[in-house]
Design a protein around this ligand. Structure first.
Ligand SMILES: [Zn+2]
Length: 415
Protein backbone atom coordinates (compact mmCIF):
# COMPACT_ATOMS: atom_id res chain seq x y z
CA UNK A 1 0.00 0.00 0.00
CA UNK A 2 1.44 3.41 -0.90
CA UNK A 3 2.22 5.91 1.83
CA UNK A 4 -0.68 8.23 1.06
CA UNK A 5 -3.16 5.40 1.50
CA UNK A 6 -1.35 4.39 4.69
CA UNK A 7 -1.62 7.95 5.93
CA UNK A 8 -5.38 8.02 5.26
CA UNK A 9 -5.90 4.81 7.24
CA UNK A 10 -3.73 6.18 10.05
CA UNK A 11 -5.86 9.32 10.16
CA UNK A 12 -8.98 7.20 10.69
CA UNK A 13 -7.17 5.23 13.38
CA UNK A 14 -6.02 8.40 15.12
CA UNK A 15 -9.53 9.92 14.94
CA UNK A 16 -11.48 6.81 15.94
CA UNK A 17 -13.12 8.45 18.96
CA UNK A 18 -14.08 11.56 17.03
CA UNK A 19 -15.55 9.58 14.12
CA UNK A 20 -17.50 7.30 16.45
CA UNK A 21 -18.74 10.28 18.51
CA UNK A 22 -19.96 11.97 15.34
CA UNK A 23 -21.80 8.82 14.21
CA UNK A 24 -23.45 8.31 17.61
CA UNK A 25 -24.42 11.98 17.83
CA UNK A 26 -25.89 11.68 14.32
CA UNK A 27 -28.16 8.82 15.50
CA UNK A 28 -29.19 10.85 18.58
CA UNK A 29 -30.18 13.73 16.29
CA UNK A 30 -33.61 12.22 15.56
CA UNK A 31 -34.73 12.40 11.95
CA UNK A 32 -37.65 9.97 11.49
CA UNK A 33 -39.51 10.22 8.19
CA UNK A 34 -42.41 10.53 8.33
CA UNK A 35 -42.69 13.25 9.55
CA UNK A 36 -39.28 13.96 7.99
CA UNK A 37 -37.92 16.91 9.98
CA UNK A 38 -34.15 16.46 9.56
CA UNK A 39 -32.97 19.88 10.73
CA UNK A 40 -31.23 18.65 13.90
CA UNK A 41 -29.36 15.89 12.04
CA UNK A 42 -28.41 18.26 9.22
CA UNK A 43 -27.11 20.75 11.80
CA UNK A 44 -24.96 17.97 13.26
CA UNK A 45 -23.31 17.54 9.83
CA UNK A 46 -22.98 21.29 9.33
CA UNK A 47 -21.23 21.64 12.69
CA UNK A 48 -18.59 19.07 11.74
CA UNK A 49 -17.97 20.63 8.32
CA UNK A 50 -17.73 24.02 10.06
CA UNK A 51 -15.11 22.68 12.47
CA UNK A 52 -13.14 21.62 9.41
CA UNK A 53 -13.59 25.05 7.81
CA UNK A 54 -15.29 23.39 4.86
CA UNK A 55 -17.86 25.44 3.00
CA UNK A 56 -21.22 23.86 2.25
CA UNK A 57 -24.59 24.81 0.87
CA UNK A 58 -27.93 24.08 2.47
CA UNK A 59 -30.49 23.43 -0.25
CA UNK A 60 -33.91 23.25 1.35
CA UNK A 61 -36.87 23.43 -1.03
CA UNK A 62 -38.83 22.27 2.04
CA UNK A 63 -37.48 24.05 5.12
CA UNK A 64 -37.78 21.05 7.50
CA UNK A 65 -35.95 18.81 5.02
CA UNK A 66 -32.59 20.45 4.28
CA UNK A 67 -30.01 18.91 1.98
CA UNK A 68 -26.33 19.57 2.53
CA UNK A 69 -24.08 19.87 -0.51
CA UNK A 70 -20.37 20.53 -0.51
CA UNK A 71 -17.77 20.26 -3.27
CA UNK A 72 -14.13 20.91 -3.96
CA UNK A 73 -11.96 20.86 -7.04
CA UNK A 74 -8.72 18.97 -6.91
CA UNK A 75 -5.44 20.27 -8.31
CA UNK A 76 -5.40 18.19 -11.48
CA UNK A 77 -7.94 17.64 -14.22
CA UNK A 78 -9.98 14.48 -13.80
CA UNK A 79 -13.36 12.99 -13.10
CA UNK A 80 -16.10 14.06 -10.75
CA UNK A 81 -16.98 11.66 -7.94
CA UNK A 82 -20.17 12.23 -5.93
CA UNK A 83 -20.76 10.86 -2.43
CA UNK A 84 -24.38 10.45 -1.41
CA UNK A 85 -26.16 9.46 1.78
CA UNK A 86 -29.51 10.21 3.34
CA UNK A 87 -30.12 11.94 6.67
CA UNK A 88 -33.69 10.80 7.37
CA UNK A 89 -34.51 7.42 8.91
CA UNK A 90 -37.48 5.11 9.36
CA UNK A 91 -39.87 6.05 12.18
CA UNK A 92 -39.95 3.93 15.36
CA UNK A 93 -43.59 4.33 16.39
CA UNK A 94 -43.95 3.53 20.08
CA UNK A 95 -40.61 1.63 20.02
CA UNK A 96 -42.35 -1.67 20.84
CA UNK A 97 -39.92 -4.55 20.52
CA UNK A 98 -36.79 -2.44 21.04
CA UNK A 99 -34.59 -3.55 23.90
CA UNK A 100 -32.39 -0.44 23.49
CA UNK A 101 -33.29 3.24 23.27
CA UNK A 102 -33.88 3.77 19.52
CA UNK A 103 -32.39 7.27 19.80
CA UNK A 104 -29.69 6.43 22.36
CA UNK A 105 -26.85 5.24 20.09
CA UNK A 106 -25.85 2.91 22.92
CA UNK A 107 -22.60 1.02 22.54
CA UNK A 108 -23.15 -2.52 23.79
CA UNK A 109 -20.71 -5.36 23.21
CA UNK A 110 -19.08 -3.70 20.23
CA UNK A 111 -22.32 -2.67 18.52
CA UNK A 112 -23.98 0.72 18.13
CA UNK A 113 -27.77 0.55 18.49
CA UNK A 114 -30.35 2.98 17.22
CA UNK A 115 -32.71 3.95 14.44
CA UNK A 116 -30.60 4.81 11.45
CA UNK A 117 -27.54 2.97 12.77
CA UNK A 118 -27.29 0.95 9.54
CA UNK A 119 -29.88 2.76 7.37
CA UNK A 120 -27.99 4.84 6.86
CA UNK A 121 -26.18 7.04 9.31
CA UNK A 122 -23.14 4.74 9.18
CA UNK A 123 -22.86 5.10 5.40
CA UNK A 124 -23.57 8.83 5.43
CA UNK A 125 -20.89 9.26 8.14
CA UNK A 126 -18.49 7.35 5.86
CA UNK A 127 -19.27 9.78 3.03
CA UNK A 128 -18.74 12.81 5.28
CA UNK A 129 -15.39 11.65 6.66
CA UNK A 130 -14.26 10.61 3.18
CA UNK A 131 -15.00 14.14 2.05
CA UNK A 132 -13.16 15.67 5.02
CA UNK A 133 -9.99 13.57 4.71
CA UNK A 134 -9.71 13.97 0.95
CA UNK A 135 -10.27 17.73 1.20
CA UNK A 136 -7.00 17.89 3.12
CA UNK A 137 -5.04 16.36 0.25
CA UNK A 138 -6.94 17.88 -2.66
CA UNK A 139 -3.69 19.36 -3.96
CA UNK A 140 -2.50 15.87 -4.78
CA UNK A 141 -5.75 14.59 -6.32
CA UNK A 142 -7.43 14.96 -9.72
CA UNK A 143 -10.96 15.94 -10.64
CA UNK A 144 -13.69 16.94 -8.23
CA UNK A 145 -15.41 15.56 -5.15
CA UNK A 146 -18.99 16.41 -4.17
CA UNK A 147 -20.75 15.46 -0.94
CA UNK A 148 -24.55 15.23 -0.91
CA UNK A 149 -26.35 14.51 2.36
CA UNK A 150 -30.04 14.43 1.58
CA UNK A 151 -33.41 14.30 3.30
CA UNK A 152 -36.68 12.74 2.25
CA UNK A 153 -35.38 9.36 1.10
CA UNK A 154 -37.47 7.00 3.24
CA UNK A 155 -40.80 7.92 1.66
CA UNK A 156 -39.56 8.24 -1.96
CA UNK A 157 -40.16 11.93 -1.26
CA UNK A 158 -39.52 14.75 -3.72
CA UNK A 159 -37.47 17.12 -1.51
CA UNK A 160 -34.16 15.24 -1.21
CA UNK A 161 -32.03 13.60 -3.89
CA UNK A 162 -34.85 13.87 -6.43
CA UNK A 163 -34.87 17.64 -6.01
CA UNK A 164 -31.09 17.89 -6.30
CA UNK A 165 -30.97 15.70 -9.40
CA UNK A 166 -33.70 17.74 -11.10
CA UNK A 167 -32.55 21.24 -10.13
CA UNK A 168 -28.81 20.96 -9.47
CA UNK A 169 -27.07 19.16 -12.32
CA UNK A 170 -23.75 20.00 -10.65
CA UNK A 171 -24.36 16.98 -8.36
CA UNK A 172 -24.65 14.46 -11.22
CA UNK A 173 -20.91 13.81 -11.62
CA UNK A 174 -19.21 10.90 -13.38
CA UNK A 175 -19.64 8.25 -10.68
CA UNK A 176 -21.62 7.90 -7.43
CA UNK A 177 -20.67 6.15 -4.21
CA UNK A 178 -23.33 5.52 -1.57
CA UNK A 179 -23.15 3.70 1.80
CA UNK A 180 -26.67 2.28 2.12
CA UNK A 181 -26.74 -1.09 3.89
CA UNK A 182 -25.44 -3.81 1.58
CA UNK A 183 -23.39 -6.06 3.83
CA UNK A 184 -19.62 -6.08 3.50
CA UNK A 185 -19.76 -9.03 1.10
CA UNK A 186 -21.64 -7.28 -1.72
CA UNK A 187 -21.51 -4.19 -3.90
CA UNK A 188 -24.85 -3.14 -5.35
CA UNK A 189 -24.81 -2.05 -8.97
CA UNK A 190 -28.57 -2.08 -9.48
CA UNK A 191 -31.92 -2.39 -7.82
CA UNK A 192 -35.37 -3.67 -8.60
CA UNK A 193 -38.15 -1.20 -9.38
CA UNK A 194 -41.27 -0.93 -7.19
CA UNK A 195 -44.61 -0.52 -8.95
CA UNK A 196 -47.39 0.15 -6.45
CA UNK A 197 -50.95 -0.37 -7.64
CA UNK A 198 -54.34 0.35 -6.12
CA UNK A 199 -57.22 -1.91 -7.11
CA UNK A 200 -60.75 -0.88 -6.20
CA UNK A 201 -63.61 -3.37 -6.45
CA UNK A 202 -67.17 -2.08 -6.33
CA UNK A 203 -70.41 -4.06 -6.23
CA UNK A 204 -73.92 -3.23 -5.07
CA UNK A 205 -73.53 -4.89 -1.68
CA UNK A 206 -76.41 -6.42 0.28
CA UNK A 207 -77.52 -8.17 3.46
CA UNK A 208 -75.31 -11.21 4.05
CA UNK A 209 -78.22 -13.63 3.67
CA UNK A 210 -79.22 -12.19 0.29
CA UNK A 211 -76.33 -13.48 -1.77
CA UNK A 212 -78.58 -13.50 -4.84
CA UNK A 213 -78.70 -9.66 -4.68
CA UNK A 214 -75.05 -8.73 -5.13
CA UNK A 215 -71.62 -10.05 -5.94
CA UNK A 216 -69.18 -9.73 -3.04
CA UNK A 217 -66.35 -7.21 -3.46
CA UNK A 218 -64.16 -9.20 -1.07
CA UNK A 219 -64.72 -12.51 -2.88
CA UNK A 220 -63.79 -10.85 -6.17
CA UNK A 221 -60.71 -9.44 -4.41
CA UNK A 222 -59.67 -12.96 -3.44
CA UNK A 223 -59.99 -14.21 -7.01
CA UNK A 224 -58.20 -11.14 -8.36
CA UNK A 225 -55.28 -11.61 -5.95
CA UNK A 226 -54.92 -15.24 -6.98
CA UNK A 227 -54.98 -14.17 -10.64
CA UNK A 228 -52.34 -11.49 -10.12
CA UNK A 229 -49.75 -14.11 -9.20
CA UNK A 230 -49.37 -14.57 -12.99
CA UNK A 231 -47.17 -11.45 -13.11
CA UNK A 232 -44.46 -13.64 -11.60
CA UNK A 233 -44.22 -15.51 -14.91
CA UNK A 234 -43.07 -12.46 -16.90
CA UNK A 235 -39.57 -13.18 -18.17
CA UNK A 236 -36.79 -10.64 -17.70
CA UNK A 237 -34.61 -9.64 -20.65
CA UNK A 238 -31.60 -8.34 -18.73
CA UNK A 239 -28.32 -7.80 -20.60
CA UNK A 240 -25.74 -10.58 -20.64
CA UNK A 241 -23.29 -8.92 -18.26
CA UNK A 242 -26.04 -8.49 -15.64
CA UNK A 243 -27.16 -12.11 -15.99
CA UNK A 244 -23.56 -13.27 -15.73
CA UNK A 245 -22.92 -11.16 -12.61
CA UNK A 246 -26.10 -12.33 -10.91
CA UNK A 247 -25.51 -16.00 -11.71
CA UNK A 248 -22.04 -15.75 -10.20
CA UNK A 249 -23.37 -13.86 -7.17
CA UNK A 250 -26.24 -16.18 -6.20
CA UNK A 251 -24.64 -17.42 -2.95
CA UNK A 252 -23.69 -13.84 -1.99
CA UNK A 253 -27.23 -12.62 -2.73
CA UNK A 254 -28.64 -15.28 -0.39
CA UNK A 255 -26.02 -14.44 2.23
CA UNK A 256 -26.73 -10.71 2.06
CA UNK A 257 -30.54 -10.75 1.82
CA UNK A 258 -31.56 -14.14 3.19
CA UNK A 259 -31.91 -17.59 1.69
CA UNK A 260 -34.22 -17.47 -1.31
CA UNK A 261 -33.25 -13.92 -2.36
CA UNK A 262 -31.21 -15.14 -5.33
CA UNK A 263 -34.27 -16.97 -6.65
CA UNK A 264 -36.39 -13.81 -6.79
CA UNK A 265 -33.85 -11.15 -7.65
CA UNK A 266 -34.56 -11.54 -11.38
CA UNK A 267 -38.27 -12.28 -10.96
CA UNK A 268 -41.32 -10.06 -10.87
CA UNK A 269 -42.62 -10.39 -7.30
CA UNK A 270 -46.04 -9.53 -5.91
CA UNK A 271 -46.89 -8.42 -2.40
CA UNK A 272 -50.47 -7.63 -1.42
CA UNK A 273 -49.73 -5.07 1.24
CA UNK A 274 -53.27 -3.95 2.02
CA UNK A 275 -56.68 -5.57 1.68
CA UNK A 276 -59.51 -3.48 3.05
CA UNK A 277 -63.14 -4.38 2.63
CA UNK A 278 -66.30 -5.22 4.50
CA UNK A 279 -68.01 -3.76 7.54
CA UNK A 280 -69.73 -6.60 9.30
CA UNK A 281 -69.96 -10.37 9.20
CA UNK A 282 -73.54 -10.41 7.90
CA UNK A 283 -73.14 -7.84 5.15
CA UNK A 284 -71.98 -8.46 1.57
CA UNK A 285 -69.18 -5.95 1.02
CA UNK A 286 -69.86 -3.45 -1.75
CA UNK A 287 -66.27 -2.22 -1.82
CA UNK A 288 -62.82 -3.65 -1.38
CA UNK A 289 -59.46 -1.95 -1.81
CA UNK A 290 -56.22 -3.77 -2.55
CA UNK A 291 -52.76 -2.22 -2.56
CA UNK A 292 -50.18 -4.28 -4.40
CA UNK A 293 -46.40 -3.85 -4.43
CA UNK A 294 -45.03 -5.36 -7.62
CA UNK A 295 -41.23 -5.40 -7.92
CA UNK A 296 -39.76 -5.32 -11.40
CA UNK A 297 -36.36 -6.92 -11.99
CA UNK A 298 -33.77 -5.52 -14.35
CA UNK A 299 -34.91 -6.00 -17.93
CA UNK A 300 -38.68 -5.88 -17.33
CA UNK A 301 -40.65 -2.84 -18.52
CA UNK A 302 -43.59 -1.36 -16.67
CA UNK A 303 -45.74 -1.43 -19.83
CA UNK A 304 -45.29 -5.18 -20.05
CA UNK A 305 -46.38 -5.64 -16.42
CA UNK A 306 -49.35 -3.30 -16.81
CA UNK A 307 -50.53 -5.14 -19.93
CA UNK A 308 -50.56 -8.35 -17.90
CA UNK A 309 -52.23 -6.69 -14.90
CA UNK A 310 -54.96 -5.23 -17.13
CA UNK A 311 -55.48 -8.59 -18.83
CA UNK A 312 -55.97 -10.25 -15.43
CA UNK A 313 -58.20 -7.46 -14.11
CA UNK A 314 -60.31 -7.51 -17.29
CA UNK A 315 -61.90 -10.76 -16.06
CA UNK A 316 -63.54 -8.70 -13.30
CA UNK A 317 -65.62 -5.78 -14.62
CA UNK A 318 -66.08 -4.54 -11.02
CA UNK A 319 -62.33 -3.75 -10.75
CA UNK A 320 -60.50 -0.51 -11.48
CA UNK A 321 -56.73 -0.17 -11.21
CA UNK A 322 -54.51 2.86 -10.74
CA UNK A 323 -50.83 3.45 -10.20
CA UNK A 324 -49.77 4.84 -6.80
CA UNK A 325 -46.02 4.96 -7.27
CA UNK A 326 -43.35 3.74 -9.65
CA UNK A 327 -39.57 3.74 -9.85
CA UNK A 328 -38.05 1.91 -12.78
CA UNK A 329 -35.44 -0.78 -12.09
CA UNK A 330 -31.95 0.65 -12.48
CA UNK A 331 -28.49 -0.70 -13.03
CA UNK A 332 -25.02 0.15 -14.24
CA UNK A 333 -22.00 -1.91 -15.26
CA UNK A 334 -21.55 -4.78 -12.76
CA UNK A 335 -17.88 -4.91 -13.76
CA UNK A 336 -17.29 -1.13 -13.84
CA UNK A 337 -14.19 0.67 -12.59
CA UNK A 338 -15.66 1.55 -9.20
CA UNK A 339 -16.56 -2.11 -8.59
CA UNK A 340 -12.96 -3.04 -9.23
CA UNK A 341 -11.77 -0.26 -6.88
CA UNK A 342 -14.27 -1.08 -4.12
CA UNK A 343 -13.55 -4.81 -4.36
CA UNK A 344 -9.82 -4.32 -4.00
CA UNK A 345 -10.19 -1.98 -1.04
CA UNK A 346 -12.82 -4.07 0.72
CA UNK A 347 -10.49 -7.06 0.31
CA UNK A 348 -7.60 -5.07 1.78
CA UNK A 349 -9.77 -3.90 4.71
CA UNK A 350 -11.93 -6.94 5.49
CA UNK A 351 -9.94 -9.78 3.93
CA UNK A 352 -12.85 -10.84 1.70
CA UNK A 353 -13.73 -9.74 -1.82
CA UNK A 354 -17.32 -8.47 -2.19
CA UNK A 355 -19.31 -9.42 -5.28
CA UNK A 356 -21.55 -7.20 -7.42
CA UNK A 357 -25.27 -7.83 -6.89
CA UNK A 358 -28.69 -6.23 -7.40
CA UNK A 359 -30.68 -4.94 -4.43
CA UNK A 360 -34.27 -5.98 -3.80
CA UNK A 361 -35.11 -2.66 -2.13
CA UNK A 362 -34.69 0.88 -3.39
CA UNK A 363 -32.09 3.60 -2.78
CA UNK A 364 -31.40 7.09 -4.07
CA UNK A 365 -28.55 5.62 -6.14
CA UNK A 366 -31.16 4.80 -8.78
CA UNK A 367 -31.64 8.52 -9.49
CA UNK A 368 -28.02 8.83 -10.64
CA UNK A 369 -28.31 5.67 -12.74
CA UNK A 370 -31.36 7.16 -14.45
CA UNK A 371 -29.06 10.02 -15.50
CA UNK A 372 -26.53 7.55 -16.91
CA UNK A 373 -24.09 7.95 -14.00
CA UNK A 374 -22.69 4.65 -12.68
CA UNK A 375 -23.79 4.43 -9.03
CA UNK A 376 -22.61 1.85 -6.51
CA UNK A 377 -23.68 1.01 -2.98
CA UNK A 378 -21.37 -0.43 -0.35
CA UNK A 379 -22.36 -0.30 3.32
CA UNK A 380 -22.84 -2.23 6.56
CA UNK A 381 -25.07 -5.28 7.04
CA UNK A 382 -28.79 -4.39 7.36
CA UNK A 383 -29.17 -5.63 10.95
CA UNK A 384 -32.59 -4.56 12.24
CA UNK A 385 -33.10 -2.24 9.27
CA UNK A 386 -36.65 -0.85 9.30
CA UNK A 387 -37.30 -3.09 12.29
CA UNK A 388 -36.22 -3.24 15.95
CA UNK A 389 -32.82 -3.05 17.65
CA UNK A 390 -31.20 -1.75 14.47
CA UNK A 391 -27.44 -1.84 14.97
CA UNK A 392 -24.01 -1.87 13.38
CA UNK A 393 -20.86 -3.48 14.71
CA UNK A 394 -18.27 -0.82 15.42
CA UNK A 395 -15.72 -2.79 13.41
CA UNK A 396 -18.05 -3.00 10.41
CA UNK A 397 -18.66 0.74 10.65
CA UNK A 398 -14.96 1.51 10.51
CA UNK A 399 -14.44 -0.93 7.66
CA UNK A 400 -17.09 0.93 5.65
CA UNK A 401 -15.40 4.27 6.43
CA UNK A 402 -12.00 2.87 5.41
CA UNK A 403 -13.30 1.28 2.20
CA UNK A 404 -15.12 4.45 1.11
CA UNK A 405 -12.15 6.67 1.86
CA UNK A 406 -9.64 4.48 0.03
CA UNK A 407 -11.98 3.97 -2.93
CA UNK A 408 -12.71 7.66 -3.38
CA UNK A 409 -8.98 8.30 -3.07
CA UNK A 410 -8.18 5.75 -5.76
CA UNK A 411 -10.82 7.12 -8.13
CA UNK A 412 -9.56 10.68 -7.73
CA UNK A 413 -5.92 9.62 -8.04
CA UNK A 414 -6.38 8.14 -11.49
CA UNK A 415 -7.43 11.25 -13.33
ZN1 LIG B 1 -31.70 3.91 3.31
Amino acid sequence: MNTEREALLQAIERDRDRILDFYRGFIRAKSPNPPGDTRAAAAHIGKLLGEESLAYRTIAPQSEMPNIVAAFDCAGAGRHLVLNGHIDVFPVGDAAGWTKDPWGAELVEGKIYGRGACDMKAGTSASIFTYIYLSRIRDRLKGKLTLTCVSDEETFGPWGARYLIEHHPEVHGDCLLNGEPSGLGTIRFGEKGPLWLLFTIRTAGAHGAYTHFSASATKIAGRLIAGLEAVGRIVSKAPDNVVRALDAAAPAVDAAMGKGAAAIVQQVTLNIGVVAGGLKVNMIPGECRIEADVRLPLGVEKDEVMREVRRIAAAFPEVTVEEINYSAPSWCDPYGEMVEILSANAKAVTGATPVPIVSLGGTDARLWRYKGVPAYVYGPPPSGMGSTDEHVKVEDFFQVVQTHLLSAYDYLSRG
